[in-house]
Design a protein around this ligand. Structure first.
Ligand code: ATP
Ligand code: MG
Length: 252
């Protein structure tokens, strides 16, 4: 067993395959302490997989991932999981009360759960039905909207308060109010954390101090917004397409 000395994550020449299908090909990058990394790139290029390798949903087929200098395969998985909060595109909720869904992993946290729900912009919709926090989540969360489910998962992460946050931003369009609330909730969650965000929205990418552009199983560009926008390539194309679609003007 090895010891993690910090929360810095290093991908050292990693490869990953599903059977014969190589999904990530010799990827190296460093996620610095307290940095905000945005990962962008076309669909199916391995962005989600890259993030799922950190909590060891899968193990690399080549190279190594280290956290605080230790190979993550040589530290207890629980220790790694303790440091990470993950929010993937699909939110999994239990058929249980909203309160229990929020304090999942932290039983007994009552006041803290309410505080987290407020910070995640959930309090209003939770308090509108008569049972409030005791309202039962129906199978698959069918009595909640997509945005509400996402905010519950953000509340859960705020409560967990782990130093590393991994966010796989939903691609589905949300209405403006929901979108605004989610951005605000994410702001509350990510302050003073190391953040890795698979980002689709310009508003999210703007917060990044480290951008990774992935295409065809490799990192094709890496740097800051200014550095990448001044070059031709995947990132500039990505931003220009989004600007046209959203009527955005972004200063370089
Ligand atoms: N469970 C799986 N079994 C086999 N192949 C998979 C599995 N999950 C993903 N893949 C393949 O791995 C590749 C990368 O998938 P990944 O989900 O990381 O893409 P992505 O960049 O996150 O795409 P998106 O932007 O659509 O979410 C894809 O080609 C996908 O088909
Ligand atoms: Mg994905």
């Amino acid at each position: 067993m090895q010891k993690m000395n910090s929360n810095e994550i290093v991908f050292d020449d990693i490869c990953f395959s599903y059977g014969k299908n190589e999904v990530l090909h010799h990827v190296s990058t460093t996620i610095k302490l307290l940095s905000f990394t945005a990962i962008i790139g076309p669909s199916g290029t391995g962005k989600t997989i890259l993030c799922q390798l950190i909590p060891r949903f899968w193990d690399v087929s080549g190279g190594r991932i280290s956290m605080g200098g230790a190979d993550i395969r040589h530290v207890p998985t629980e220790d790694v999981m303790q440091k990470i909060s993950m929010m993937f595109q699909k939110v999994y909720l239990f058929e249980d009360s909203i309160a229990n869904n929020i304090r999942f992993g932290k039983p007994g946290a009552t006041f803290e759960a309410v505080r987290a729900a407020k910070a995640a912009q959930c309090d209003e919709f939770i308090m509108s039905p008569p049972n409030g926090y005791e309202t039962l989540v129906e199978e698959g969360g069918s009595n909640l909207s997509g945005g509400e489910k996402q905010r519950i998962s953000i509340a859960r992460a705020i409560l967990k308060d782990s130093p590393i946050i991994i966010l796989d931003e939903a691609t589905s369009a949300l209405d403006a109010e929901n979108e605004h609330q989610i951005l605000k909730a994410v702001d509350g969650l990510t302050r003073n954390k190391t953040v890795i965000m698979i980002a689709h929205r310009i508003e999210s990418i703007r917060k990044a101090d480290h951008i990774i552009a992935i295409e065809n199983d490799k990192i094709v560009q890496e740097g800051t917004h200014e550095q990448l926008l001044s070059k031709k390539g995947l990132y500039a194309d990505f931003i220009h397409t989004r600007q046209e679609a959203g009527g955005w003007k972004l200063k370089t």
